[in-house]
Each structure stands twice: as structure tokens, then as C-alpha cells.
Design a protein around this ligand. Structure first.
Ligand SMILES: [Zn+2]
Length: 408
């Protein structure tokens, strides 16, 4: 499966993946130098000197691009998981001091070394599941020191291990404890974001994107606008957590501000879908969240695809609402819950996600000149990757031509 061709993919083109049976790929200096039928590639001059990696009939995909994660966090929130199973709602858990603020408390108490060790383990697991690039957000620090610490960790991790990390500043995740319940607290925190944090993040090249959680329990549409505009003025392109638990109008706001992506979208309205279809903003769907929270409402993927919007898929890896780093599991959910075909789900998780991170010219498909970022799966047919739900069939992962995971 090459996913080669025009990017991003909309409508019917999303399901046209480009299957190459009995294919071979020639990699030189981490870049795809040739691709085609094995018989032809083997005859190339350069192939004779190349080291052979026999995939023995396995399925090769472009490495997954996970365009929405909250990689650095200090601890799981398994206690809330159990409370929710017993009937507590997300809002109730938030009111009881759980939720994001719980993660903030834990993160502030953790050392940079602890956070880094934990993140490294997760990055290894991402690679084991065929992911080669991830977007990673801050947002569990919510003060100057802790937010900068998270983003600095992403920079260090990006240099020290093979997976590519794209950083997003999410200082506007929720209003931190110390600003809550005092008059003008939210306004004061927004000033901190606009005048101290965002300029500092931008000046030090610590993020490419600025995100906001636009929701009743977090930031209003007007407050979200303020944050995203400040980010944009400092060169950080907007991304938005939109319409997850209610309809707030965040998607329209995102499109108006030229957001790279609007994510979640469970409460999308028909007008939003029509607007997304005409825009270059990616609709990134995160079905792991609805699955983990036991919600019945999933984003309207079919209407988005059939309408012509750019649909992407990601894990939303985070300790509260989606503790999975498995893109194969997200593909399974996309197929059974979002009614996407396996081919559509794979294109959404590779080339379209790469587009949402502004990297579609370099990654997201198997084409000459692109980085040799590949996932090899121990299946006979690509559709078996989502079909075997909860089973990791990834056999080998390659990043820039280097094997970063291989099953014995
Ligand atoms: Zn998120």
C-alpha cells in the first residue's frame, strides 16, 4: 500500500490506496530511491549493492503519522476509569478534582528525568505499533516552568530517539487551579499565556502549533480566539480541540483562523461539515476517546468523507480519555464505529495526518524522494490490520531507512 498520489485525500480518493502486489522498495540514505514490482527493482544497478530485507509476503504501509497525542504526562488516571465505569460522568470527575487538573498536579510534582523516562517507554511502544511520526502537546504543566519543561523534553526526545516529534503548545488546556475561583482568574491566565508563555515558546522554537481546548469546562469560543490569535501572531499555527463534549462553534473558529486541524468533532453540525468540505483544515477524528469513555456518540466520519472534507485519524494518547498508542486499534475503531473502510482509515492515518502536520511532501506515503518511514505487518491482506482488533500485527518499523522495531 503506497498511498501515493495527490495529498490531501478527499472523498472517493481517500479509499484509493495504491496496492502494489509483489512489490519492492529501494532505500538510499534514508530516502525511498525506487519502488515498483520486485522483479524490476531487483535488476537495478543500485539494488545489487543494497542490503536485502526479505519481507516474505507481508504488507507494507507508510509509517503511521499520529497527529494528536499528549505524550508527556506523569501518571495514568486509572482510578477515574473505574469511577466512570461505576457511573460517574466526565464532568462529575472534573468537579471532584479529577480530570486534567489531576494530571497537572502529578506533572508539576514529577522530575524532568521521570517524565523523560516514561515518555521514552511510550515512544518505543508507538514504534512497535508502526508509528513513525507523532504530534505531541504540552498542557499538563499550565505554568511557565512546567509548560516549558514539557516542550523542552519533546525537543530533547526528538534528538535522542528515532521517532519524529512535532510539538504543539497547549497552555490553554484548562484554567489551572491557582487561577480558578478568583475574580478575573481566567482573564489573568490568558494574559500569562499571551504575554509570557506564547512569546517564550515561539522565541525558543519550542513548538510549531498552538492548540486550545474549547469546551464548557475549559475555554469559551472568545477566549479560544484570543489564545489562537496570539499564537498565530507569534508564528504558531492553530489546531483546536473542537465539539468533543458539546457544540461550541470551535470548528468554525478554527477554519476562520486557518487552523491546520480541528480535532474530535463528535458534536459537529451539518453546517460545520459543509464548511470543512470547502476548507483545507483537516477534520481529525479520535475514536479511541469515545471508546475509552464508553460514549455512544462518534464523529460523523461518513458525512465528512462523502461531503469532501479532509479526514485524519489519531490516537489522542492521554491518561484521561484515550490511553492507547496503537494506531492499528484506532483503525479498527474507525472501521467498525466510524464506518470507514480499511483503505480510508489507513489513508487518514498516514497521508492525511501528515498533511495536518504540514509534512505531506516528506512523509505519509511510499513514493520516490520521500523518507523511508515504513510499517510492515504480519498479515496477508491489509484489511486484516484493523480486522484483528486489539492485536498488534506490526512486524517491523522503519524510520528514515533505519529499523527501529523488529519482532523476533
Ligand atoms: Zn487531545
Amino acid at each position: 500500500m503506497t498511498a501515493a498520489g495527490r495529498a490531501p485525500r478527499r472523498g472517493k480518493a481517500l479509499g484509493q490506496l495504491g496496492v502494489l502486489p509483489e512489490g519492492a522498495i529501494l532505500v538510499r540514505d534514508g530516502v525511498i530511491a525506487a519502488i515498483g514490482p520486485a522483479a524490476k527493482i531487483e535488476k537495478l544497478q543500485d539494488s545489487r549493492r543494497a542490503q536485502l530485507l526479505d519481507l516474505d509476503g507481508r504488507v507494507v504501509l507508510p509509517g503511521f503519522v499520529d497527529s494528536h497525542t499528549h505524550l508527556v504526562h506523569a501518571a495514568s488516571r486509572v482510578h477515574e476509569y473505574e469511577l466512570r465505569i461505576q457511573g460517574a460522568s466526565y464532568q462529575e470527575i472534573v468537579r471532584k478534582g479529577g480530570g486534567i487538573l489531576n494530571s497537572v498536579k502529578r506533572l508539576r510534582a514529577a522530575s524532568a528525568e521521570e517524565l523523560k523516562t516514561r515518555a521514552r517507554v511510550f515512544l518505543g511502544r508507538f514504534a512497535e505499533h508502526g508509528t513513525t511520526t507523532i504530534e505531541a502537546k504540552s498542557g499538563y504543566g499550565l505554568d511557565v516552568t512546567s509548560e516549558l519543561r514539557i516542550l523542552s523534553l519533546y525537543k530533547e526526545l526528538g534528538a535522542e530517539q528515532p521517532l519524529e516529534i512535532v510539538s504543539t503548545f497547549l497552555g490553554a488546556h484548562v484554567v489551572p487551579e491557582e487561577y480558578r475561583g478568583k475574580p478575573g482568574g481566567t482573564r489573568e491566565y490568558l494574559v500569562l499565556l499571551e504575554q509570557a508563555l506564547i512569546p517564550e515558546v515561539a522565541e525558543n522554537g519550542l513548538a510549531e502549533y498552538c492548540d486550545v481546548f474549547c469546551e464548557r469546562s475549559a475555554f469559551s469560543r472568545a477566549e479560544s480566539r484570543q489564545v489562537l490569535v496570539a499564537g498565530r501572531e507569534n508564528g504558531l499555527r492553530p489546531r483546536v480541540h473542537a465539539e468533543q463534549l458539546s457544540h461550541t462553534g470551535a470548528t468554525q473558529l478554527g477554519m476562520e483562523l486557518g487552523a491546520a486541524s480541528c480535532d474530535h468533532l463528535e458534536y459537529l453540525k451539518p453546517g460545520d461539515i459543509r464548511a470543512l468540505a470547502k476548507s483545507d483544515t483537516v477534520a481529525t477524528l479520535l475514536p479511541g476517546c469515545d471508546f475509552h469513555l464508553g460514549l455512544q456518540l462518534y464523529a460523523p466520519a461518513r458525512a465528512l468523507i462523502d461531503g469532501g472534507a479532509i479526514v485524519g485519524l489519531a490516537t489522542d494518547f492521554n491518561p484521561g480519555t484515550s490511553p492507547t498508542l496503537s494506531m492499528p486499534m484506532v483503525l479498527s475503531l474507525a472501521c467498525t464505529q466510524l464506518r470507514m473502510t480499511p483503505a480510508e482509515a489507513i489513508a487518514a492515518a498516514t497521508i492525511n495526518s501528515a498533511y495536518s502536520l504540514g509534512r505531506h511532501k516528506r512523509i505519509g506515503s511510499i513514493e520516490i524522494g520521500k523518507q523511508a518511514d515504513l510499517g510492515v505487518f504480519e498479515v496477508a491482506d491489509y484489511r486484516e490490520i484493523p480486522y484483528y482488533f486489539g492485536v498488534n500485527t506490526c512486524w517491523l518499523t522503519m524510520k528514515r531507512g533505519e529499523v527501529v522495531h523488529m519482532r523476533d
